[in-house]
Design a protein around this ligand. Structure first.
Ligand code: AMP
Length: 401
């Protein structure tokens, strides 16, 4: 994969550079950014271009807005504010009111060397998620050079990641510093991991991570499952799981995964106790109970304290740990404990620790453990796809002839 460093000085100096960033940052209920790692992660590439007198165009998606509707909630406004603080050139950064509309075009015309234009949320345009060629052409017409620095979206064939780079000649499309660093790290660390190699997988659904689980079983020595997805496995074992999140259509798959783990002698761990509540809220009486005793009309929203202790023991001898997905509904304070304890346990270990995914990185950040982790990736789905050995459309497009 060619990177920004492979661009000859004269081919970048003073050019219009389009950088596809991943500014899809977690926010609290008031819209404040809770973890700006993805913005800070992009600074090296942005500064490299500014130092070379480029006119820099930044573009990203944020959340899942309805295409065609420019709602304030998903605007790049807060990202631009943070960029201004971090880059310390506030007066040289502007936000366009649209993506490829009149305002973006007018502001692009005015853009001078060493200035930054941020386009509005790419997903305001239908063409982005449809990988629409005409939309990609509009984006491509804005720049001389294309840089992908958005590892977090490389597993998606979206216009700014897949169709767009293909419109540039090979010498004019490259990976930014962040993307190059992420890909190199995963390739190096996961090709020959130090053992025991433990995967900690959580989050809401089995469906999104099923393929990764299948692949991980071939590679790891132990798997810990937490979060909402644990209930599909518990139910597959015949337990009552009450109103907890479950994917009934995946019970057989869950059984197959557990059988495969047993055959390969991979140790498979599920929570042994659960924090349950009568409703999806923190304003109610909650309790923790053994995983076998979830009442019929209660739901599991976090792993319990005994599970945290068990998982700490499981991680004790690990040499490599990969963590993807929170252990509970960590966004609500009362159900964040299991995820925070997992974060502390991983951070305290002597293993090489790899944290993947926006939510998981957010947990590590809120738990104050980020500095203790070996590597915090900006990409959750993308890192799982790399582990699965899948080609990432965004990277394939960069490498295409
Ligand atoms: P994912 O995007 O699949 O990694 O899932 C992350 C989400 O899973 C977070 O927003 C959590 O709130 C959610 N989650 C974790 N545990 C549970 C649970 N027990 N029930 C419902 N949602 C959960």
């Amino acid at each position: 994969m060619r990177t920004i460093k492979d661009l000859e000085e004269q081919s970048i100096e003073g050019k219009r550079v389009f950088i596809r960033c991943d500014f899809n940052v977690p926010k609290d209920e008031d819209g404040n950014i809770t973890d700006d790692r993805r913005i800070r992660g992009a600074l090296q590439t942005i500064r490299y271009c500014l130092d070379r007198d480029c006119r820099v165009i930044l573009a990203s998606h944020a959340g899942r807005p309805k295409a065609g509707v420019y709602d304030e909630k998903h605007s790049m406004r807060v990202v631009v504010k943070r960029l201004k603080t971090l880059l310390k050139i506030a007066e040289k950064i502007t936000l366009a009111k649209d993506v490829i509309g009149d305002d973006a075009k007018a502001k692009l015309k005015e853009l001078k060397p060493k200035e930054v234009l941020v386009l509005e949320n790419l997903r305001y345009e239908e063409g982005e998620t449809n990988n629409d060629l005409e939309f990609a052409k509009e984006l491509a017409s804005m720049a001389d050079i294309y840089i992908n620095d958005a590892f977090g979206v490389c597993h998606r064939a979206h216009a700014s990641v897949e169709a767009m780079p293909r419109l540039f000649t090979k010498d004019k499309r490259v990976a930014g510093f962040l993307l190059a660093k992420e890909v190199t790290f995963f390739e190096k660390k996961l090709e020959n991991p130090m053992r025991p190699f433990v995967a900690v997988i959580g989050g809401s659904k089995v469906s999104g991570k099923l393929e990764a689980l299948r692949q991980l079983i071939e590679k790891v020595d132990k798997i810990i499952i937490g979060g909402g997805m644990a209930f599909t496995f518990l139910k597959a074992q015949g337990y009552e799981i009450g109103k907890s999140l479950v994917e009934d259509n995946l019970l057989d798959e869950a059984r197959t995964v557990m059988i495969k783990a047993r055959k390969r002698k991979v140790k498979f761990y599920l929570p042994i106790d659960i924090v349950v509540a009568p409703e999806f809220s923190e304003d109610c009486a909650i309790k923790y109970i053994p995983a076998q005793e979830i009442p019929e009309d209660w739901m599991g929203l976090d792993i319990g304290p005994a599970s945290s202790r068990l998982f700490r023991e499981v991680l004790n001898d690990a040499q490599t740990i990969i963590w993807n997905g929170p252990m509970g509904v960590y966004e609500m304070g009362r159900y964040a404990k299991g995820s925070f304890k997992m974060s502390h346990n991983i951070a305290d270990s002597y293993a090489t620790t790899i944290v993947g995914g926006g939510d998981t990185a957010d947990v590590a950040q809120r738990a104050g453990d980020v500095e203790e982790m070996t590597f915090v990736s900006t990409g959750g789905g993308a890192s799982l796809n790399l582990i699965e050995g899948k080609e990432l459309p965004g990277i394939t497009a960069l490498q295409a002839d």
